[in-house]
Design a protein around this ligand. Structure first.
Ligand code: NAD
Length: 279
């Protein structure tokens, strides 16, 4: 399946394609989600990243249904929450998510966190293989997996995850996990691509200088850096102007020197939780 969109697409290791730029709905108020996702679809986004734990799958589903956009033109991701790790609960959880979304299947279903203390992610991964075989998702992947977690699912199953969705932005580039993933054909999805507004990424002089050189905002420069790095990215905003701004990144290109300047900002600064600490 190939979605027609001006956004560049990447090919996953199972042969399906994914629009490289999408819209994330973490912390989007469930009461506002339908309006905000409608704004995003009107701005041109066709890839939406949600999760059971965000509590807003119903709002996403209502916006998709009201849009009149054909299902084939949309790429929808949701995620298995930590409390639902395990075979039976994973099978139940995808059905609940699909009911809320009003969809027969999603494009991508992810294990949200490895939750090492529970130590059930391999069991959950084998359930995701079954969920894919049952046609409830087109592709399967993981999120917040470290190298040892990836190695365990690769050796313990018949499926290499299509993606690993990890915290990644210029101040936290996660080169080791990214390089390991890419060497195994796993695409990298960058969450917190703008540093979640918690890190002063958008005020850094290297980014500000590049933004003024291109007549773009600092957020647009960071999103462009992700796209040119090869990351799949879905910045979040609840503000219509910013939703449009974050999509308006397809008409300029960062030079090799500009990419190098942003690459030099990696400070190992995580803004979110360490995967070992989430259970
Ligand atoms: P983000 O880096 O996209 O930051 C969003 C924040 O950046 C906004 O709340 C706003 O404060 C600011 N912002 C957005 N657009 C801006 C603009 N144009 N100019 C200035 N500031 C702007 O962080 P995020 O929402 O955490 O990450 C994106 C998506 O990644 C989420 O919505 C979700 O779908 C996904 N995610 C996944 C996980 C996971 O564990 N898998 C964790 C967090 C997020």
């Amino acid at each position: 399946m190939t979605i027609s969109t001006p956004v560049p697409t990447l090919t996953l290791n199972d042969g399906h394609t994914i629009p490289q730029l999408g819209f994330g709905v973490f912390k989007v108020d469930p009461a506002e989600t339908e309006r905000i996702v409608t704004d995003a679809l009107e701005a041109g986004y066709r890839h939406i990243d949600t999760a059971a734990i965000y509590g807003n799958e119903e709002g996403v589903g209502r916006a998709l249904a009201a849009s009149g956009i054909s299902r084939d033109e949309l790429f929808i991701t949701t995620k298995l929450w930590n409390a639902d790790q395990g075979t039976e609960s994973a099978h139940a959880a995808i059905k609940t998510s699909l009911d809320k979304l009003g969809l027969e299947s999603v494009n991508l279903y992810l294990i949200h966190w490895p939750t090492p203390q529970q130590d059930r992610y391999l069991e959950s991964w084998l359930a995701l293989e079954e969920i894919k075989a049952a046609g409830l998702t087109t592709s399967i992947g993981v999120s917040n997996f470290q190298i040892e977690n990836l190695e365990r699912v690769i050796t313990g199953s018949n499926t290499v995850p299509a993606v690993n969705q990890i915290e990644l932005h210029p101040a936290f580039a996660q080169k080791d996990v990214s390089e390991f993933a890419r060497s195994h054909g796993i695409q990298i999805e960058a969450w917190g691509p703008l540093g979640q507004g918690k890190y002063n990424l958008l005020e850094l002089p290297e980014i500000a200088a590049t933004a003024s050189a291109h007549g773009k905002s600092t957020a647009q420069v960071v999103i462009r850096w992700h796209l040119q790095t090869g990351n799949i990215v879905f910045p979040k905003s609840s503000n219509t102007a910013r939703i449009r701004e974050n999509f308006d990144v397809l008409d300029f290109e960062l030079s090799a020197d500009e990419m190098d300047a942003i690459n030099s900002l990696d400070a190992g600064k995580r803004v979110g939780s360490h995967p070992d600490d989430v259970n």
